[in-house]
Ligand binder design. Structure first.
Ligand code: FPP
Length: 261
């Protein structure tokens, strides 16, 4: 009854949002999200899992817009892992169609918001129609200078490190690189994220508390935030809570409390 009355008066959303105050100077630069819980969201409603993924895709608009509004530099989304190919064929086909649907639908707004879209993963192994949609979005937003929206698709953290090692080994073999000169930076510069800062905050929805092969190298000092909220229910209010939790943490990078970097 109260909830109904509050909603009628427009209180619920606005008052809860006002509870969380974010500090612009403490905003993370790079946020990564494992968007988990689509299947369970659908199951709870007696719907096919694909409906959960559809709803999950629709969530992106609000979260990408909020990321622009809060001035984030980079948002990295885990859309499809190298392990996801093992799902039933129908679900894989549906997931493969989503980037195309999303990019065709959202490209004008992404361009309007000065977003640069990029992709992480072995994109060369994706179906042709998906690859085409990715390439169009990449090209059409390449000149934008706002939020970098990284979509990880056919992505695996171990495979990314493997690809980097192969690239480095090739340079050694060709005499371009001395093994003694290989540093952490050499490895970082051969990852899919070569020119990006490491994520400051990693959010995982859906109640599980694991990395699932996401950004393994880059996540060495990333702050982790887990929520039971299922991805299709993850709205700006929950996003704000994650950002506020990040702002309340002290990042020490191996140092002692109060020691500056
Ligand atoms: C995990 O939930 C989610 C995925 C494997 C897919 C995520 C994809 C989207 C949210 C759409 C993204 C689209 C674009 C264009 C980026 P799950 O299926 O494992 O859920 P469950 O754990 O409840 O079964």
């Amino acid at each position: 009854m109260w909830q109904w009355l509050r909603r009628l008066l427009g209180w619920k959303e606005s008052s809860r949002r006002d509870d969380v105050v974010l500090e612009a100077e403490k905003m993370p630069q790079h946020v990564a999200i494992i968007m988990d819980g689509n299947g369970r969201w659908a199951n709870k409603r007696g719907l096919p899992r694909t409906r959960g993924h559809q709803k999950g895709m629709e969530r992106l608009r609000e979260i990408v817009a909020a990321s622009c509004k809060y001035g984030l530099k980079t948002l990295t989304l885990y859309a499809f892992s190298t392990e996801n190919w093992q799902r039933p064929r129908e679900e894989v086909d549906f997931l493969m169609s989503l980037p195309q649907v999303y990019l065709e639908r959202e490209l004008p707004e992404l361009k309007g918001n000065n977003v640069r879209v990029r992709f992480l993963g072995r994109t060369g192994e994706l179906p042709l129609a998906t690859r085409r949609a990715l390439e169009i979005a990449r090209q059409e937003t390449a000149g934008n200078s706002g939020l970098v929206l990284n979509i990880a698709i056919n992505y695996g953290g171990r495979m990314e490190i493997l690809d980097a090692v192969r690239g480095i080994a090739k340079k050694v073999q060709e005499g371009e690189l001395d093994p003694e000169e290989i540093t952490e930076d050499t490895i970082a510069n051969h990852l899919y994220t070569a020119d990006l800062a490491d994520p400051d905050l990693l959010i995982r929805t859906g109640g599980e508390a694991r990395l699932s092969n996401f950004l393994l190298w880059q996540g060495a000092y990333t702050e982790l935030w887990f929520t039971p909220v299922l991805w299709p229910d993850f709205d700006e209010e929950v996003f704000k809570r994650a950002l506020a939790a990040y702002q309340a943490r002290e990042r020490r990078f191996g140092r002692i409390p109060g020691q500056n970097r």
